[in-house]
Design a binder for this molecule. Sequence first.
Ligand SMILES: *[C@@H]1O[C@H](CO)[C@@H](O)[C@H](O)[C@H]1NC(C)=O
Ligand SMILES: *[C@@H]1O[C@H](CO)[C@@H](O)[C@H](O)[C@H]1NC(C)=O
Ligand SMILES: *[C@@H]1O[C@H](CO)[C@@H](O)[C@H](O)[C@H]1NC(C)=O
Length: 122
Amino acid sequence: MNVSFFLAVFLLFTDLGLPRPTIYLIPRKIIHKGITVNFSCVAMSPIQGFYLYKDGHKLKDLPVELHKTNATFSIPNVNCSHGGKYSCSYTLSYPFMSESSNEVELFVVGMQIPHLRLANFV
Ligand SMILES: *[C@@H]1O[C@H](CO)[C@@H](O)[C@H](O)[C@H]1NC(C)=O
Ligand SMILES: *[C@@H]1O[C@H](CO)[C@@H](O)[C@H](O)[C@H]1NC(C)=O
Ligand SMILES: *[C@@H]1O[C@H](CO)[C@@H](O)[C@H](O)[C@H]1NC(C)=O
């Protein structure tokens, strides 16, 4: 078995020299079921690829819009199982990854809280 082959394929290295990216959540942290949530990951320099993580696990197969220095990941039709802490990282050249970004936490709520009508209390 060729061990170095497997190491080259499966290991990602963190390059502490790369600036940490920043993650933003659009439109907001607390969101109702069924809405599309976008995560924007912004790096400071041109990049090769971005990765999105939820609670530390890499997410795959999400629609992603790539720009030169940022990426927007979309999660359409969110439900309660999408709640959690998200972060991202990027690579300038495989297999060297940046550190993970800050974390943003997404809360998915089931239903709209009814507005209390002041008129009912006077
Ligand atoms: C989320 O991203 C999708 C696809 O990139 C875009 O069509 C949509 O307008 C974005 N939504 C928001 C709220 O930015
Ligand atoms: C992402 O990059 C594009 C093109 O360079 C730019 O127009 C856009 O404003 C950037 N988005 C963010 C969130 O920085
Ligand atoms: C939440 O949505 C995902 C797809 O995005 C789906 O696989 C999952 O079954 C859904 N969970 C619930 C509780 O509806």
